[in-house]
Design a protein around this ligand. Structure first.
Ligand SMILES: Nc1ncnc2c1ncn2[C@@H]1O[C@H](COP(=O)(O)OP(=O)(O)OP(=O)(O)O)[C@@H](O)[C@H]1O
Length: 204
């Protein structure tokens, strides 16, 4: 099933950010969002993930199919690495955490409390959660922040494996992950024009 976005308008804090966003993402493909700081990548990803409503337009193929990883890792500090992943496996109704532990090189950290991990280790654990979710569409906002070169390579391999298994991914990233099969969407092309009516109201 494709993730299809049509004529989508998104806003942040009541201010229009993007208008007319459209793409069609089939299984096995990745879409990389580009654009300068403040262009609207996070706002678009949050809307696709269902964390905020769209102003207009349609999103098809998203419901119950998305695993979202945003700026916050969303970890439980007082649970171990294994317990965090087991918790998420129970939330998503899956059971296998071993593949995610191996893919993100977490074996030696299994019994460590998440709160005691380094920033990059926390990020690896947060990303490992994507695999545990079993969800086909990964929506990722700057997933490589805090990762060293080796961890970026692990992450890129995990995304490639996910695509190879028929998954898909929409991700905002400023670095090249070497995903040859990825398409690029520059969100700056969809910049919303300010609504004149809203500005006029200040002078009524
Ligand atoms: N919590 C908020 N409340 C109001 N406006 C916000 C909020 N967060 C972001 N914005 C504004 O919304 C617009 C889009 O921001 P967004 O975070 O989506 O951009 P981005 O492309 O992800 O940027 P970056 O590359 O810096 O992460 C910007 O003008 C920003 O200042």
């Amino acid at each position: 099933m494709n993730l299809t976005v049509s004529d989508l308008s998104v806003a942040r804090g009541g201010v229009p950010v993007l208008d007319g966003v459209a793409f069609d993402l089939p299984p096995g493909r990745a879409l990389v969002l580009r654009g300068p700081n403040g262009a609207g990548k996070t706002t678009l990803l949050r809307t696709i993930a269902g964390l905020q409503p769209a102003e207009a337009g349609r999103i098809e193929g998203a419901e119950d199919r998305i695993a979202y990883a945003g700026h916050a890792d969303g970890l439980k500090a007082m649970l171990s690495v294994t317990e965090n992943l087991a918790f998420w496996a129970s939330v998503f109704g899956t059971s296998d955490i071993d593949a995610a532990v191996a893919a993100f090189d977490l074996e030696e950290l299994r019994d460590r409390l998440a709160g005691t991990l380094s920033a990059g280790q926390k990020r690896r654990l947060g990303l490992a959660r994507l695999m545990v979710s079993g969800r086909p569409v990964w929506v990722l906002d700057e997933p490589t922040v805090s990762l060293d070169a080796a961890s970026v390579a692990l992450f890129a391999s995990a995304v490639r494996a996910h695509l190879g298994q028929g998954g898909s991914a929409v991700l905002a990233t400023h670095i090249d992950l070497g995903l040859a099969e990825a398409e690029v969407l520059d969100v700056a092309a969809f910049r919303a024009t300010p609504r004149a009516a809203a500005a006029d109201e200040a002078f009524l």
